[in-house]
Design a binder for this molecule. Sequence first.
Ligand SMILES: C[S@@+](CC[C@H](N)C(=O)[O-])C[C@H]1O[C@@H](n2cnc3c(N)ncnc32)[C@H](O)[C@@H]1O
Length: 325
Amino acid sequence: MTIARAGARRARSRCCGSRCGGVGADVSNGRRDRLPVQVPTLYSGGMSAHVTPETAETSKDLADARGRAVEDAPPVVLTLQQRAAMLGATQFLGVPLEHFESGGREQLTYLLRAGLNPHSKVCDVGCGVLRAGYWLIHFLDAGCYCGIEPHTARVRMGLETILEQDVRQAKRPRFDANATFDASVFRERFDFFLAYSIWTHASKRQIRLMLDSFLRCSTDDAVFLTTFLPASWRFQDYDGDEWRGTSHESNVPGCIRHRLAWIKAECARRDLLALPLGRDTSHDQYWLEIRRRATAPARKRRYPYWLRRVIGSAIPGAIGVPETF
Ligand SMILES: C[S@@+](CC[C@H](N)C(=O)[O-])C[C@H]1O[C@@H](n2cnc3c(N)ncnc32)[C@H](O)[C@@H]1O
Protein backbone atom coordinates (compact mmCIF):
# COMPACT_ATOMS: atom_id res chain seq x y z
CA MET A 1 0.00 0.00 0.00
CA THR A 2 1.36 3.41 -0.85
CA ILE A 3 1.74 6.04 1.84
CA ALA A 4 -0.92 8.16 0.16
CA ARG A 5 -3.39 5.29 0.19
CA ALA A 6 -2.59 4.39 3.78
CA GLY A 7 -3.13 8.06 4.72
CA ALA A 8 -6.47 8.12 2.96
CA ARG A 9 -7.53 4.97 4.80
CA ARG A 10 -6.52 6.49 8.13
CA ALA A 11 -8.40 9.68 7.35
CA ARG A 12 -11.54 7.70 6.53
CA SER A 13 -11.25 5.66 9.69
CA ARG A 14 -11.00 8.86 11.79
CA CYS A 15 -14.46 9.80 10.75
CA CYS A 16 -17.20 7.72 9.23
CA GLY A 17 -15.36 5.14 7.19
CA SER A 18 -15.91 4.84 3.51
CA ARG A 19 -18.78 7.38 3.51
CA CYS A 20 -16.68 10.26 4.73
CA GLY A 21 -14.66 13.01 3.19
CA GLY A 22 -15.90 12.02 -0.22
CA VAL A 23 -13.01 9.56 -0.33
CA GLY A 24 -14.08 6.11 -1.40
CA ALA A 25 -17.76 6.90 -0.86
CA ASP A 26 -19.91 3.88 -1.59
CA VAL A 27 -21.81 4.72 -4.71
CA SER A 28 -21.80 1.15 -5.98
CA ASN A 29 -24.69 0.35 -8.31
CA GLY A 30 -24.92 4.07 -8.87
CA ARG A 31 -26.96 4.71 -5.72
CA ARG A 32 -26.32 5.95 -2.24
CA ASP A 33 -28.34 4.57 0.66
CA ARG A 34 -31.89 5.85 0.99
CA LEU A 35 -33.62 7.05 4.12
CA PRO A 36 -35.57 5.81 5.88
CA VAL A 37 -34.92 2.11 5.60
CA GLN A 38 -36.46 -1.17 6.55
CA VAL A 39 -35.12 -2.28 9.89
CA PRO A 40 -34.34 -5.98 10.31
CA THR A 41 -34.89 -7.16 13.85
CA LEU A 42 -33.74 -10.12 15.86
CA TYR A 43 -36.56 -9.94 18.29
CA SER A 44 -39.70 -9.81 16.19
CA GLY A 45 -40.61 -13.51 16.48
CA GLY A 46 -44.30 -13.13 17.34
CA MET A 47 -45.06 -16.82 16.64
CA SER A 48 -48.36 -18.29 17.84
CA ALA A 49 -47.83 -21.96 18.66
CA HIS A 50 -51.43 -23.05 19.17
CA VAL A 51 -51.21 -25.89 16.60
CA THR A 52 -48.29 -28.29 16.96
CA PRO A 53 -47.30 -31.16 14.59
CA GLU A 54 -48.92 -33.50 17.14
CA THR A 55 -52.26 -31.63 17.27
CA ALA A 56 -52.51 -30.71 13.57
CA GLU A 57 -55.73 -31.98 12.00
CA THR A 58 -55.25 -31.13 8.34
CA SER A 59 -52.25 -31.58 6.10
CA LYS A 60 -52.01 -27.78 5.74
CA ASP A 61 -51.94 -27.31 9.52
CA LEU A 62 -49.30 -30.00 9.75
CA ALA A 63 -47.13 -28.30 7.14
CA ASP A 64 -47.58 -24.92 8.85
CA ALA A 65 -46.82 -26.37 12.26
CA ARG A 66 -43.71 -28.14 10.95
CA GLY A 67 -42.56 -24.82 9.53
CA ARG A 68 -43.17 -23.13 12.84
CA ALA A 69 -41.31 -25.85 14.72
CA VAL A 70 -38.20 -24.78 12.81
CA GLU A 71 -38.93 -21.12 13.49
CA ASP A 72 -39.62 -21.83 17.16
CA ALA A 73 -36.08 -23.08 17.64
CA PRO A 74 -34.12 -20.93 20.16
CA PRO A 75 -32.96 -17.69 18.49
CA VAL A 76 -29.35 -17.49 17.47
CA VAL A 77 -27.58 -15.05 19.79
CA LEU A 78 -25.42 -12.69 17.79
CA THR A 79 -22.66 -10.55 19.23
CA LEU A 80 -23.02 -6.78 19.16
CA GLN A 81 -20.50 -6.58 16.31
CA GLN A 82 -22.48 -9.21 14.35
CA ARG A 83 -25.76 -7.34 14.90
CA ALA A 84 -24.15 -4.15 13.59
CA ALA A 85 -22.77 -6.08 10.61
CA MET A 86 -26.22 -7.50 9.90
CA LEU A 87 -27.70 -3.98 9.80
CA GLY A 88 -24.73 -2.59 7.91
CA ALA A 89 -25.11 -5.20 5.17
CA THR A 90 -28.10 -3.29 3.76
CA GLN A 91 -27.54 0.33 4.81
CA PHE A 92 -25.02 2.83 6.10
CA LEU A 93 -25.20 3.15 9.89
CA GLY A 94 -23.59 6.60 10.04
CA VAL A 95 -20.38 5.12 11.43
CA PRO A 96 -17.90 2.53 10.16
CA LEU A 97 -18.66 -1.11 10.87
CA GLU A 98 -15.02 -1.66 11.67
CA HIS A 99 -14.48 -1.35 15.45
CA PHE A 100 -18.22 -0.82 15.99
CA GLU A 101 -18.22 -2.75 19.26
CA SER A 102 -14.83 -1.65 20.61
CA GLY A 103 -15.32 1.94 19.40
CA GLY A 104 -18.55 2.29 21.37
CA ARG A 105 -16.93 0.72 24.41
CA GLU A 106 -14.01 3.12 24.16
CA GLN A 107 -16.42 6.06 24.39
CA LEU A 108 -17.69 4.59 27.66
CA THR A 109 -14.13 4.39 29.02
CA TYR A 110 -13.62 8.16 28.41
CA LEU A 111 -16.80 8.88 30.37
CA LEU A 112 -15.76 6.53 33.18
CA ARG A 113 -12.37 8.25 33.46
CA ALA A 114 -14.18 11.58 33.71
CA GLY A 115 -16.17 10.28 36.69
CA LEU A 116 -19.29 8.59 35.23
CA ASN A 117 -21.44 6.81 37.86
CA PRO A 118 -24.47 4.58 37.36
CA HIS A 119 -26.67 7.43 38.61
CA SER A 120 -25.08 10.05 36.29
CA LYS A 121 -27.45 11.63 33.78
CA VAL A 122 -26.02 11.52 30.24
CA CYS A 123 -27.06 13.33 27.08
CA ASP A 124 -25.65 11.60 23.99
CA VAL A 125 -25.76 14.25 21.25
CA GLY A 126 -26.11 12.65 17.79
CA CYS A 127 -26.46 9.17 19.32
CA GLY A 128 -26.98 7.48 15.92
CA VAL A 129 -27.59 3.73 16.11
CA LEU A 130 -26.51 3.63 19.78
CA ARG A 131 -22.89 2.62 19.24
CA ALA A 132 -21.98 4.23 22.59
CA GLY A 133 -25.60 4.27 23.77
CA TYR A 134 -25.57 0.48 23.93
CA TRP A 135 -22.86 0.51 26.60
CA LEU A 136 -24.17 3.58 28.40
CA ILE A 137 -27.73 2.25 28.65
CA HIS A 138 -26.39 -1.01 30.08
CA PHE A 139 -24.20 0.82 32.63
CA LEU A 140 -26.52 3.63 33.73
CA ASP A 141 -29.51 3.39 36.06
CA ALA A 142 -33.01 3.47 34.58
CA GLY A 143 -33.98 6.82 33.08
CA CYS A 144 -30.43 8.22 33.09
CA TYR A 145 -29.67 7.98 29.34
CA CYS A 146 -31.03 10.50 26.84
CA GLY A 147 -30.14 10.66 23.16
CA ILE A 148 -30.64 13.40 20.58
CA GLU A 149 -30.77 12.13 16.99
CA PRO A 150 -32.80 13.67 14.14
CA HIS A 151 -32.22 10.62 11.88
CA THR A 152 -35.02 8.60 13.48
CA ALA A 153 -34.41 5.47 11.39
CA ARG A 154 -30.97 5.20 13.03
CA VAL A 155 -32.42 5.34 16.53
CA ARG A 156 -34.98 2.72 15.51
CA MET A 157 -32.23 0.40 14.31
CA GLY A 158 -30.43 0.93 17.61
CA LEU A 159 -33.50 0.21 19.68
CA GLU A 160 -34.73 -2.76 17.66
CA THR A 161 -31.50 -4.53 16.77
CA ILE A 162 -28.50 -3.18 18.67
CA LEU A 163 -30.01 -2.99 22.16
CA GLU A 164 -31.61 -6.00 23.81
CA GLN A 165 -35.36 -5.62 24.43
CA ASP A 166 -35.24 -6.51 28.12
CA VAL A 167 -32.52 -3.89 28.65
CA ARG A 168 -34.57 -1.31 26.75
CA GLN A 169 -37.58 -1.99 28.98
CA ALA A 170 -35.60 -1.99 32.21
CA LYS A 171 -33.48 1.12 31.50
CA ARG A 172 -36.09 3.28 29.71
CA PRO A 173 -33.72 5.36 27.53
CA ARG A 174 -35.29 8.55 26.11
CA PHE A 175 -34.78 10.13 22.69
CA ASP A 176 -35.55 13.33 20.90
CA ALA A 177 -35.24 14.13 17.19
CA ASN A 178 -34.60 17.88 17.37
CA ALA A 179 -31.84 19.10 15.05
CA THR A 180 -30.83 22.07 17.21
CA PHE A 181 -28.98 20.07 19.89
CA ASP A 182 -31.58 21.20 22.41
CA ALA A 183 -31.24 19.08 25.56
CA SER A 184 -33.90 21.05 27.49
CA VAL A 185 -36.58 18.80 25.94
CA PHE A 186 -35.65 16.13 28.52
CA ARG A 187 -36.18 18.46 31.51
CA GLU A 188 -33.02 17.21 33.21
CA ARG A 189 -29.80 18.71 34.46
CA PHE A 190 -27.18 16.46 32.90
CA ASP A 191 -23.88 15.39 34.48
CA PHE A 192 -22.41 14.53 31.09
CA PHE A 193 -22.79 15.57 27.49
CA LEU A 194 -21.22 13.25 24.92
CA ALA A 195 -20.74 14.26 21.28
CA TYR A 196 -18.60 11.68 19.51
CA SER A 197 -17.85 12.32 15.85
CA ILE A 198 -20.30 15.23 15.86
CA TRP A 199 -17.89 18.18 15.76
CA THR A 200 -16.26 16.38 12.83
CA HIS A 201 -19.42 17.26 10.88
CA ALA A 202 -20.95 20.25 12.66
CA SER A 203 -20.49 23.86 11.58
CA LYS A 204 -19.21 26.52 13.96
CA ARG A 205 -22.77 27.78 14.43
CA GLN A 206 -23.86 24.27 15.45
CA ILE A 207 -20.94 23.86 17.87
CA ARG A 208 -21.96 27.14 19.53
CA LEU A 209 -25.51 25.77 19.87
CA MET A 210 -24.14 22.64 21.58
CA LEU A 211 -22.03 24.66 24.02
CA ASP A 212 -25.05 26.85 24.87
CA SER A 213 -27.23 23.77 25.31
CA PHE A 214 -24.60 22.33 27.67
CA LEU A 215 -24.57 25.53 29.76
CA ARG A 216 -28.37 25.58 29.98
CA CYS A 217 -28.99 21.93 30.75
CA SER A 218 -26.13 20.64 32.88
CA THR A 219 -25.11 20.59 36.54
CA ASP A 220 -22.42 23.01 37.76
CA ASP A 221 -19.70 20.35 37.70
CA ALA A 222 -20.87 18.66 34.51
CA VAL A 223 -18.45 17.44 31.84
CA PHE A 224 -18.85 17.74 28.07
CA LEU A 225 -16.81 15.09 26.27
CA THR A 226 -16.50 15.63 22.56
CA THR A 227 -14.20 14.78 19.67
CA PHE A 228 -12.96 16.85 16.77
CA LEU A 229 -10.35 16.89 14.02
CA PRO A 230 -7.96 19.85 14.24
CA ALA A 231 -7.47 22.24 11.34
CA SER A 232 -3.89 23.22 10.59
CA TRP A 233 -1.78 24.55 7.75
CA ARG A 234 -2.38 21.21 6.04
CA PHE A 235 -6.10 20.80 6.78
CA GLN A 236 -8.55 23.60 6.18
CA ASP A 237 -10.66 25.13 8.91
CA TYR A 238 -14.39 24.72 8.13
CA ASP A 239 -16.21 28.02 7.70
CA GLY A 240 -19.45 26.73 6.16
CA ASP A 241 -22.73 27.12 7.98
CA GLU A 242 -24.20 23.65 7.49
CA TRP A 243 -23.70 20.12 8.76
CA ARG A 244 -21.24 18.28 6.50
CA GLY A 245 -21.84 14.53 6.31
CA THR A 246 -24.74 12.09 6.35
CA SER A 247 -27.74 13.02 8.48
CA HIS A 248 -31.54 13.06 8.47
CA GLU A 249 -31.28 15.50 5.56
CA SER A 250 -28.37 14.22 3.56
CA ASN A 251 -26.83 11.06 2.15
CA VAL A 252 -23.71 12.90 1.09
CA PRO A 253 -20.63 11.95 3.11
CA GLY A 254 -18.26 14.53 4.48
CA CYS A 255 -16.00 15.39 7.35
CA ILE A 256 -14.64 18.76 8.50
CA ARG A 257 -12.09 20.28 10.87
CA HIS A 258 -11.95 23.13 13.35
CA ARG A 259 -9.01 24.97 14.83
CA LEU A 260 -8.39 24.11 18.49
CA ALA A 261 -7.72 27.82 19.19
CA TRP A 262 -11.23 28.68 17.91
CA ILE A 263 -12.82 25.97 20.08
CA LYS A 264 -10.92 27.21 23.15
CA ALA A 265 -11.97 30.80 22.45
CA GLU A 266 -15.67 29.80 22.17
CA CYS A 267 -15.33 27.92 25.47
CA ALA A 268 -13.58 30.86 27.15
CA ARG A 269 -16.45 33.21 26.09
CA ARG A 270 -18.78 30.96 28.08
CA ASP A 271 -16.44 30.56 31.06
CA LEU A 272 -15.69 27.00 30.00
CA LEU A 273 -12.30 25.32 29.87
CA ALA A 274 -11.39 22.83 27.12
CA LEU A 275 -8.76 20.25 27.99
CA PRO A 276 -7.36 18.11 25.13
CA LEU A 277 -7.24 14.42 26.10
CA GLY A 278 -5.36 13.06 23.10
CA ARG A 279 -6.53 10.66 20.41
CA ASP A 280 -8.55 7.47 20.77
CA THR A 281 -7.46 4.13 19.42
CA SER A 282 -10.65 3.29 17.51
CA HIS A 283 -10.80 6.16 15.01
CA ASP A 284 -7.92 8.50 15.88
CA GLN A 285 -10.29 11.30 16.87
CA TYR A 286 -9.09 14.04 19.22
CA TRP A 287 -10.97 14.13 22.53
CA LEU A 288 -11.75 17.28 24.49
CA GLU A 289 -13.01 17.49 28.05
CA ILE A 290 -14.97 20.71 28.60
CA ARG A 291 -16.00 21.95 32.06
CA ARG A 292 -17.07 25.18 33.69
CA ARG A 293 -13.99 27.17 34.67
CA ALA A 294 -15.34 27.59 38.21
CA THR A 295 -15.53 23.84 38.87
CA ALA A 296 -12.68 22.53 36.70
CA PRO A 297 -9.99 20.83 38.79
CA ALA A 298 -6.81 22.91 39.11
CA ARG A 299 -4.38 21.84 36.42
CA LYS A 300 -0.72 21.26 37.21
CA ARG A 301 1.48 23.39 35.06
CA ARG A 302 3.53 21.14 32.80
CA TYR A 303 6.73 22.38 31.24
CA PRO A 304 8.15 20.91 28.02
CA TYR A 305 10.11 17.70 28.39
CA TRP A 306 13.38 19.23 27.14
CA LEU A 307 13.14 22.00 29.77
CA ARG A 308 12.51 19.50 32.55
CA ARG A 309 15.56 17.51 31.37
CA VAL A 310 17.78 20.60 31.34
CA ILE A 311 16.70 21.74 34.80
CA GLY A 312 16.79 18.19 36.17
CA SER A 313 20.38 17.66 35.05
CA ALA A 314 21.47 21.19 36.11
CA ILE A 315 20.48 20.62 39.76
CA PRO A 316 23.37 18.77 41.45
CA GLY A 317 22.19 15.58 43.12
CA ALA A 318 18.79 15.73 41.53
CA ILE A 319 17.35 12.24 41.16
CA GLY A 320 15.30 11.74 38.04
CA VAL A 321 13.35 14.42 36.25
CA PRO A 322 10.46 16.03 38.07
CA GLU A 323 7.20 15.61 36.14
CA THR A 324 5.85 19.02 37.05
CA PHE A 325 7.20 22.00 38.91
C1 LIG B 1 -20.80 10.22 12.64
S1 LIG B 1 -22.36 9.90 13.36
C2 LIG B 1 -21.87 9.59 15.06
C3 LIG B 1 -22.95 8.82 15.80
C4 LIG B 1 -22.59 8.48 17.25
N1 LIG B 1 -22.21 9.64 18.03
C5 LIG B 1 -21.52 7.41 17.29
O1 LIG B 1 -20.42 7.67 17.76
O2 LIG B 1 -21.79 6.31 16.86
C6 LIG B 1 -23.09 11.52 13.44
C7 LIG B 1 -24.57 11.49 13.86
O3 LIG B 1 -25.05 12.81 14.08
C8 LIG B 1 -26.38 12.88 13.58
N2 LIG B 1 -26.78 14.27 13.30
C9 LIG B 1 -26.79 14.94 12.15
N3 LIG B 1 -27.28 16.19 12.31
C10 LIG B 1 -27.58 16.31 13.60
C11 LIG B 1 -28.14 17.35 14.39
N4 LIG B 1 -28.47 18.53 13.86
N5 LIG B 1 -28.33 17.12 15.70
C12 LIG B 1 -27.97 15.93 16.26
N6 LIG B 1 -27.43 14.90 15.54
C13 LIG B 1 -27.25 15.09 14.23
C14 LIG B 1 -26.33 12.03 12.32
O4 LIG B 1 -27.62 11.65 11.92
C15 LIG B 1 -25.45 10.88 12.79
O5 LIG B 1 -26.21 9.83 13.32
